[in-house]
Write a protein that binds this ligand. Structure first.
Ligand SMILES: [Zn+2]
Length: 294
């Protein structure tokens, strides 16, 4: 990026609340950088949303994307941070598309997570049928919490709150108070059924509880950045929570009739909600709910 272009961007930022641009990195994933506020950015690489705070204290990112795409994330961080150091990574949960970059950046960075994330990353495990090796020590979180943790960074109050047991054991949401921006990890996938890691403590019942808590706890003009997909408003989140609540109700009713998981999956109980079946099918969603009801 040349200096004139940087100047143009700065000028544009000064005159508008936010802007975004896309760049296709040759033979790499699709990268998009969107400014949310002065000093606060969303970096989307291969559909995973990272938030970056860049300022006088350095750089903090929420989630670290895939290890395979670390150099693209690094490039994006450099372009917004002007060569400042990456000081902190905050994990929303343990999955490799959100923590993999720690294997590249972890040596000189503090990593903050829920204690369960550290535990899950510390041992070999199986995720979506694939073996996941324990992360090396330097890539593991070195600051952990159970309920919440607050820090001041780049003049911003950052409040990290556990919603563990929603998408997986160890979920957290990360709130930038002044900017009213909340990263909620994968407890939703925008406009589609989310994956729910029921093998590692995830539960659709807890997702609903967490969504309702978020809706009642944060200002109505909060911008919500999910791990995947477009930015949500609180009213978008309310609509999503209604979908979650109603689909739980439908599957619960079918289960109470004594139907097996297969029988419910073979029916069309979620016909009305099939528009949400994008990355994960109605059958997957029925399975996550069914297992969560156990
Ligand atoms: Zn995930």
């Amino acid at each position: 990026m040349n200096k004139a272009f940087i100047f143009f961007i700065l000028l544009y930022v000064m005159t508008t609340a936010s802007f975004s641009y896309s760049q296709d990195v040759s033979r790499g994933p699709k990268c998009k950088i969107t400014q949310l506020n002065p000093g606060l950015w969303e970096i989307t690489i291969a559909s995973v949303n990272v938030i970056a705070s860049a300022g006088s204290d350095g750089i903090l990112i929420v989630d670290a994307n895939y290890s395979e795409y670390a150099r693209f994330l690094e490039k994006a961080i450099d372009s917004i941070g002007g060569g400042k150091k990456l000081n902190y990574i905050v994990d929303t949960h343990w999955h490799f598309d959100h923590t993999g970059g720690q294997k590249i950046f972890g040596r000189d960075t503090k990593i903050i997570s829920h204690k369960n994330v550290k535990e899950l990353l510390s041992k070999d495990d199986i995720l979506l049928g694939d073996t996941q090796k324990a992360y090396p020590d330097y890539a593991l979180p070195n600051i952990t919490f159970s309920d919440s943790l607050a820090l001041k960074f780049n003049e911003s109050d950052i409040i990290i709150t556990s919603v563990s047991g929603s998408h997986s054991a160890g979920d957290a949401v990360v709130y930038f108070r002044k900017e009213k921006v909340l990263h909620i990890g994968d407890i939703i996938f925008a406009d589609e059924f989310p994956f729910v890691d029921t093998e590692h403590g995830g539960s659709v019942i807890k997702i609903l509880e967490s969504l309702n808590k978020i809706i009642s706890s944060y200002p109505t003009d909060t911008r919500i950045v999910p791990g995947h997909g477009r930015t949500y408003s609180i009213s978008d989140l309310k609509e999503y929570a209604v979908m979650v609540e109603r689909t739980i109700g439908i599957v619960r009713k079918e289960k109470q009739k004594g139907k097996s998981l297969k029988e419910i999956q073979n029916g069309n109980a979620l016909e009305e909600y099939k528009g949400y079946a994008v990355s994960f099918s109605c059958s997957d969603w029925i399975e996550y709910i069914y297992k969560s009801l156990d």
